[in-house]
Ligand binder design. Structure first.
Ligand code: MG
Length: 392
């Protein structure tokens, strides 16, 4: 059995270009789907997949770990940068889809079978609609409360918000007051039964991250995400030691070694590998094993397209430390035209029951993808009041 072609199919979905990876074999009708979406790096990732293709054509798609080692280690430069890491991830996901199809079982059965009956989903405020999630101003606490209520009315028991504004390395009281007012409004809108998350997008400096974390501690957040740059793991660890709130990080980390460092430093209570960046399902499983050793929870980062979601769900059914899956459902209105999914979502509570179809259990409609060709992603740039560069 041989790999005969690796195709990339780019689908413009407003904030992101979804990069779907299709691996074709010499067996009639046997192919696999992966996803390698990396916002604002679309052409680089497509090029990186093209580079890797030279290594994989003619190889046996069933030798996933062997091929992973080849992609990561060969040609001298290790695949731990985010562009190469994303390319490897997309290919790795597609190889697991193929292996599941060969054996006629869902991927989670290849990994030891189901460890749970269902997986809980959480949404972004506004369901991932760019204007609601990313552009609601933190001076408008009332709007945060309205969107929180809307998420619960749509059946979710957990949601994430961007209640921490961009700030310079040190700012006075107002941004902290705004964040606190937003979280208070959300908590008052939905009560104590619902889990609220706040994503800082690593906007704050370590000190501002500490101030935000302490101000929001009384509101019982489910987790508080990326309180400062992931390059500053020591500072994330300091914040985690200073508050009871579980701190989460990991969407920008590639490879098990980066997560080893995060865990060794006891920096977080929740790790958030992105299966489309960290090295795919193969690497996410190793990261999950490490998380087990530290008894740290896993909640994958998953705001991308539908193949990423299917991969996250398959991983969750076989990973004990997995607590919840990120999801978007209103990023583009035609999302469900692109894919048919093997798993089912119970609208009440937004819980996912397992896929019973082989591999990832998905079918992708290539004709639908062609309706949304590549366009430059909507730029998201932050400048502080004085014109200096900030983090989005
Ligand atoms: Mg995040």
């Amino acid at each position: 059995m041989k790999i005969t072609a690796i195709e990339t199919h780019v689908c413009h979905a407003r904030m992101r270009n979804w990069i779907f990876v299709k691996i074709i074999t010499d067996q009639p009708g046997l192919y696999g789907w992966g996803e390698a979406t990396l916002e604002w790096h679309t052409q680089a990732v497509v090029g990186a997949i093209k580079d890797i293709e030279t290594l994989l054509i003619g190889e046996d798609p069933r030798r996933i770990e062997y091929l992973w080692q080849m992609m990561y280690r060969q040609h001298f430069w290790h695949g731990n940068g985010v562009v190469r890491g994303t390319a490897i991830s997309g290919i790795d996901i597609a190889l697991w889809d193929i292996l599941g199809k060969i054996h006629g079982v869902p991927c989670h059965e290849l990994w030891g079978g189901r460890v749970r009956d269902y997986i809980r989903l959480y949404c972004h405020l506004g369901g991932g609609k760019m204007e609601d999630f990313y552009e609601t101003d933190t001076s408008d606490a009332k709007r945060f409360g309205e969107l929180a209520l809307q998420a619960v009315e749509e059946g979710f028991t957990a949601f994430k918000s961007m209640a921490v504004p961009p700030t310079m390395p040190i700012e006075g009281l107002m941004p902290v007051k705004h964040a606190e007012a937003c979280v208070k409004a959300m908590r008052e809108a939905v009560g104590d039964q619902i889990d609220i998350m706040v994503d800082c997008h690593a906007r704050p400096s370590p000190r501002m991250g500490m101030l935000f974390a302490q101000a929001l501690e009384p509101y019982g957040l489910y987790f508080f995400e990326e309180p400062c740059w992931p390059e500053s793991m020591e500072d994330i660890a300091l914040i985690q030691r200073a508050v009871k709130t579980p701190i989460a990080t990991g969407e920008r980390l590639v490879g098990v070694h980066a997560f080893r460092e995060l865990l060794e430093k006891r920096a977080v209570s929740v790790i958030q590998p992105d299966i489309t960046h960290c090295g795919g399902l193969s690497e996410a499983r190793k990261i999950g094993a490490l998380a087990e050793a530290y008894r740290v929870a896993m909640a994958p980062h998953n705001p991308q397209g539908p193949v990423s979601t299917a991969a996250s769900i398959e991983l969750g059914f076989a990973t004990p430390s997995y607590i919840i899956c990120e999801s978007v459902h209103s990023d583009v209105p035609w999302r469900s035209d692109i894919v048919s999914e093997g798993f089912t979502v119970e609208p009440k509570g937004r819980i996912v029951y397992p896929n019973k179809k082989p591999g990832l259990g998905i079918e992708i409609d290539e004709k639908e993808i062609k309706k949304h060709p590549f366009q430059q992603e909507v730029l998201q740039r932050v400048f502080y009041k004085d014109g200096s560069i900030g983090d989005w």
